[in-house]
Each structure stands twice: as structure tokens, then as C-alpha cells.
Design a protein around this ligand. Structure first.
Ligand code: OGA
Ligand code: MN
Length: 306
């Protein structure tokens, strides 16, 4: 071992020191990846990465996603600060996405190919709040009784950011900005087996809705209850951002959410999102009437109830 791995006081999360991410040897990378699979979220204090180094580190995990039309390399900046320096207002896209992120979720489940991992690096942090919280869905699965586990293993849910944003009070057009596509709503099993560790976890979050063959209200109540029970100590870690400290997490077994802050202050995080593998993170989609002129990629017998 060349790196130092210090677990945080929760079922997930570790702080990694004695490493330079901008100059990573392959054997050090192997140690980091092994810690990533074990702890689910890793914090690397004091790295001070530029875009290129962050991008190179992200590429170690797999292919990166194009998160915005402006993205050139492997990173996009998530911020409420606009190009002209003013801050996004409640009716603006950046604000709506930022506030929507305050609900527990795992990334890109509303895309046909969900995310494998994601990285954030703080550039600007508000004086108070604006932390990011993570919850361990493996430990949440382990804590369920066998009857509940057996019931959940037979269920799936649709995923759409149209749904989660509407529930948070925000409406969006089908504008083909990230997530607001017309490819339909992926239908995903609500229990996921991790493709590398084999551990099971609850894989729902704020984008999940309309479990087939269940009433809308029963489905909503079940999905809400699952998150309420899961996202509690000792399964949660709240990360307080310091500029210069990258964080990477495994979207295949964790939920995360942004914590509120006073939006009259700027907050900016540099993000890289890594795509899942088609074999394990791809899901067939069903019609999504919220998207104009949707084109489902595969037909599916379960109609989306709205
Ligand atoms: C994300 C995300 C939370 C935050 O980048 O995917 O959900 O705290 N961010 O900004
Ligand atoms: Mn997210």
C-alpha cells in the first residue's frame, strides 16, 4: 500500500491521502479503484486539480459523459453563476437543476445508459450550507428484512427527470439539454446487483416513479418510504466542500443529494460523470408522454401511467 485510506464514521466513505492524482502510477490507481469499490465514495484533500488532470483521473474510471453542449473535454461546471457574473434566478435552468438536486438520487438513471461514477471538485463554495450528502444503498439493502427484500427484488420503476423536476416544482421543455430527451423513460429494477462487487443495493431515488402494476399512490408511497428508511445514520456521510478537494463516488450503489444554501451566493463545482457499461447500466425505455414526440428505443409491455 502506498496510499493512506482513512474510513469516515459511516458505512461508506474514506479519505485518501499520500497520493498525487495529477501524477498517478498504475499500481496506485489499482489501490484507489479497490478503495472506491469498498467505500463507495472517496475524498482526496488538497489535490488542486486543473481541468485536464481532473479529466484524466475521470477517464481512469471509464468514458465520460457530455453533460452540457459547451463541454469540450471531460468536465462541465455546475454553478448558479452565469457567464455575465450574475446569479441564476428561480425560473432559470441552472437554478432549477441545482434545487432539484436536493432530492436523493443517483445520476443519469433517466438516461438509457445510467452512470457508473461521478466526480465533483469545488471551485467556489458558499459561506454556509451547499454540502453534498451521500447515502449507502448497499447497507440499506442489508438492513431490510428477508420478506421485504424478496418483495422488492421483483419490482421495477420508471425513471425520468421530467418527473423528479416536476415533483420539485419545476417544469422543463423537451429541449435536449442533458436528461430532457425524447427517448422515453427507462424501466429499471429497483434492486441493483453491483457488476463488480456482487453486492445488492436499493436503486431508486427521486427520478424513480410508477412501478408497473401498482397504483400511482402506492408506488409513490413505497418509493418514498424506501428512501426515508435508507438515508439515515450510519449510512450517510455529509461532505463539506473545500476548494481543491475532489470527491468521486459510485453511482451504482450510492444515493447523493445537494444541501441547500443561500442562493444569493455563488457555488461552483467542476463535474465529470462516467458512463455505465451497456451490459449492466443500460435499460429499455417506455413511452414518456412528458417528452414531446418521444421515440422509445424498445417496446415494452408496461405502459407508463401518468
Ligand atoms: C451531481 C449532484 C450535488 C451537489 O453533481 O450529480 O447531484 O451538491 N450534485 O451539487
Ligand atoms: Mn447528482
Amino acid at each position: 500500500m502506498t496510499i493512506t485510506v482513512t474510513p469516515v464514521d459511516a458505512t461508506l466513505g474514506a479519505v485518501i491521502t499520500d497520493v498525487n492524482l495529477a501524477d498517478l502510477a498504475d499500481d496506485t490507481w489499482a489501490e484507489i479503484y479497490s478503495a472506491f469499490l469498498t467505500y463507495g465514495i472517496l475524498v482526496f484533500p488538497g489535490q488542486n486539480l486543473d481541468e485536464v488532470s481532473q479529466g484524466a483521473f475521470a477517464r481512469r474510471f471509464g468514458n465520460t459523459e457530455q453533460l452540457s453542449p459547451e463541454q469540450k473535454g471531460e468536465t462541465s461546471v455546475f454553478t448558479n453563476r452565469k457567464q455575465d457574473g450574475s446569479l441564476a434566478k428561480p425560473d432559470e435552468y441552472a437554478y432549477k437543476i441545482m434545487k432539484g438536486n436536493e432530492g436523493w438520487h443517483t445520476d443519469s438513471t433517466y438516461m438509457p445508459l445510467a452512470s457508473k461514477a461521478a466526480m465533483l471538485y469545488a471551485l467556489v463554495v458558499p459561506p454556509e450550507g451547499g454540502e453534498t450528502e451521500f447515502a449507502d444503498m448497499r447497507a440499506a439493502w442489508d438492513a431490510l428484512d428477508p420478506q421485504t427484500q424478496a418483495r422488492l427484488e421483483n419490482l421495477s420503476a420508471h425513471h425520468a427527470i421530467y418527473y423528479s423536476q416536476a415533483r420539485a416544482g419545476f417544469s422543463h421543455e423537451t429541449d435536449h439539454l442533458y436528461g430532457f430527451h425524447d427517448k422515453g423513460a427507462p424501466l429499471r429494477p429497483i434492486i441493483k446487483t453491483h457488476p463488480e462487487t456482487g453486492r445488492k443495493s436499493i436503486y431508486t431515488g427521486r427520478h424513480a416513479h410508477n412501478i408497473p402494476d401498482m397504483s400511482e399512490s402506492e408506488s409513490k408511497a413505497l418509493l418514498d418510504q424506501l428512501m426515508d428508511d435508507a438515508c439515515k445514520p450510519p449510512r450517510v456521510y455529509k461532505h463539506e466542500w473545500t476548494p481543491g478537494d475532489p470527491v468521486v463516488w459510485d453511482n451504482r450503489c450510492l444515493m447523493h443529494r445537494a444541501c441547500p444554501f443561500d442562493t444569493s451566493y455563488p457555488r461552483a463545482l467542476r463535474a465529470s460523470r462516467i458512463s455505465g457499461e451497456p451490459e449492466t447500466e443500460f435499460a429499455p425505455t417506455t413511452a414518456d408522454p412528458r417528452a414531446d414526440g418521444y421515440r422509445p428505443t424498445t417496446s415494452n409491455k408496461s405502459p407508463l401511467v401518468t
